[in-house]
Design a protein. Structure first.
Length: 600
């Protein structure tokens, strides 16, 4: 990458650090996220630097800081929140506890040049701070203020230093994207926009530099991420130095393998791809497993085993090959693998211990590890990957294994749950199974609440928020669409239910029905992702299906999709009509957070 046309974002521990890079990408400005101990020599090659926010006080012992020589580089520096305070302190200003501001604030702009070029005199911004810059450094000038924060933005054009107390990277800040673009274009002089085609060339160059004279062995799952990563490597490397293997784990969607092979053949990639049926092996290894993290670990280990066996069979010297993976940025964050040591929400199968070891040995290449899902889709279309594949619903590497919930103990009864009084027209029960959620930036395993009542999406949203905000005992709410039962309290969790071919078949068929109905109504692109989940909640002798359509931009946050009532009913009734092993069909009405998109 040409860093002279890029920005460096220094991670000082802020929860929104990676949103800065994301917003810059939306503006077609390339950036790298780097640790606070990044070398001055490396920073000097960038067009500009942004210091992120952070949870600490700049006056605390051991608080994150940067090398003071950054001020001597002669390149523009923008500090955001904690970074704003850190720059002020480094230049001799005063930072101390002041009026606390959380959430929206009204910002009055005093100087609308430079950072605020094009802004109105008063805008709404998003604040989250307890310390403030109470005295500006000598030579700095005030640019904006709020009723509670005098120096909410400042600049020192001679030293090319700028600071804003608010968070321009979050969507709640009016003019935030414009401010970042002003910094990149007007101040850092990044003139030429990095179009998606240029990003592809950056990636191709990076792949060649990383791989060197080695070759790449890829597991291609059939999903968007691994296919686009494989296509990138196909552009970067000659045919004889790239081999892809599609492993049918027995946990794929209906007709998945056949459809994928057909699409690759049309794009001329099939000659670099081999197909292995390992379904018996994966299902046997998962037999008796119920814990979601253990499922992911087993699947990750099996992929490594299959890789090694395949390489031996194909005469590949392991020391001369790198393992290629379609890991994307949300996978890294949720697995706790970012520089800021994010909490582990779920261990993705491509972050099992064996693969972490390969990464530490420098034997893994992940071309998309800094990209979000929507960006990967754009890259795929630029590479000529069929839109039918790039726009398909994301499907996890572990496949249906993590959409088929298990229970390793005796059955439990669903207990009545008392909703707040304003929702008295809904019946509710506590479902005694656990699903994974993300609350307070940490992983939770908690019970869902099942409700029954009118299909009023506005009210359902309020119920879901109210239930999940009560405590961390519940992280999801599911709404009964249709079922064969009396009332919800007749439900029970089936005992000793594990992964087996019969349950996987039920889930695969239900998933296929949901897709076929959505396709028939031409609604496939109306939702971002549509997991279908099998849970051991029984009202007769069967189990329950949960529909989980969501809309999102990058997978980091998501809203449950408001499906057309007729379409929703058609999906549910068709499942119940065709699958005797299903007692009820629910709709997951939880956002992310507090729930995750997948249930495990």
């Amino acid at each position: 990458m040409n860093t002279e046309k890029s920005l460096a974002v220094i991670d000082l521990g802020g929860q929104y650090c990676h949103m800065i890079s994301r917003r810059l990408r939306d503006l077609n400005v390339w950036s790298d996220i780097v640790d606070s101990d990044v070398s001055i020599e490396k920073l000097g090659h960038y067009a500009g630097v942004i210091l992120s926010g952070g949870p600490r006080s700049v006056n605390e012992d051991g608080a994150p800081t940067v090398d003071s020589r950054i001020l001597e580089l002669g390149i523009p520096i923008l500090g955001i929140c904690y970074g704003h305070q850190l720059l002020a302190k480094m230049l001799g200003g005063d930072v101390s506890a002041g009026a606390t501001e959380y959430g929206p604030a009204s910002l009055s702009i005093i100087d609308n040049k430079e950072l605020f070029e094009g802004a109105n005199s008063d805008i709404q911004v998003w604040m989250s701070h307890t310390d403030s810059v109470n005295r500006l450094p000598v030579g700095a000038k005030e640019l904006a203020r709020t009723p509670s924060c005098k120096n909410a933005a400042y600049s020192d054009p001679e030293r090319k230093v700028y600071g804003v107390q608010f968070h321009p990277e979050v969507v709640h800040s009016e003019f935030g994207a414009d401010l970042l673009e002003n910094f990149a274009r007007r101040i850092c002089r990044i003139r030429s926009k990095e179009e998606i085609g240029a990003q592809v060339e950056h990636l191709v160059e990076s792949i060649r530099n990383t791989v060197g004279e080695a070759s790449v062995f890829f597991f291609v799952s059939g999903g968007v991420d691994s296919t686009v990563a494989f296509a990138l490597c196909a552009r970067a490397l000659p045919k004889e130095r790239l081999l892809g293997v599609y492993v049918d784990t027995g946990l794929m969607r209906k007709r998945e393998t056949e459809e994928f092979k057909s699409m690759l053949q049309e794009k001329g990639l099939s000659e670099r791809l081999l197909v292995r049926d390992e379904s018996h092996r994966f299902l046997s290894a998962l037999k008796g497993t119920y814990d979601p993290e253990e499922k992911r670990r087993i699947i990750g280990r099996l992929f490594v085993d299959v890789q090694r066996e395949a390489m031996r069979e194909y005469g590949i010297n392991e020391g001369d090959w790198l393992l290629g993976q379609g890991t994307i940025y949300p996978d890294t964050i949720e697995s706790g693998g970012t520089a800021g040591k994010a909490a582990v929400i779920k261990t993705h199968h491509n972050r099992c211990d064996e693969i972490r070891t390969l990464i530490e040995e420098g034997r893994v290449i992940e071309p998309l590890a800094e990209f979000y899902k929507d960006e990967v889709r754009h890259l795929g279309e630029t590479l000529g990957v069929d839109r039918q594949l790039t726009q398909r619903w994301p499907f996890p590497g572990p496949g249906l294994a993590i959409r088929c919930l298990c229970n390793n103990g005796s059955g439990s009864i669903a207990k009545r749950f008392i909703l707040p009084e304003q929702f008295s027209d809904y019946e509710a029960v506590d479902v005694p199974i656990r699903s994974v959620g993300v609350q307070g930036d940490s992983r939770t395993y908690a019970h869902p609440i099942a409700i029954r009542g009118p299909l009023d999406f506005e009210k359902l949203q309020k119920i879901s928020s109210a239930v999940c905000n009560m405590d961390k005992l519940h992280n999801r709410v599911i709404y009964l669409v249709s079922g064969r039962m009396g009332d919800l309290s007749s439900g029970r969790i089936k005992s000793d239910v594990f992964l087996d071919e019969s349950r996987i078949t039920t889930l695969r068929d239900a998933d296929c029905i949901a897709r076929e109905v959505m396709e028939r109504h031409q609604l496939m692109e109306s939702v971002w992702q549509f997991p279908v989940v099998l849970i051991p909640l029984s009202f007769s002798d069967g189990e329950s299906i949960v529909l989980r359509p969501v809309n999102s931009q990058d997978g980091m946050t998501a809203n449950f999709a408001r499906l057309n009532a007729t379409v929703l009913s058609e999906i549910a009734e068709t499942i119940l009509e065709q699958l005797n092993s299903v007692d009820a069909v629910f709709l997951d009405i939880s956002d992310k957070p507090p729930a995750t998109i997948e249930w495990e």
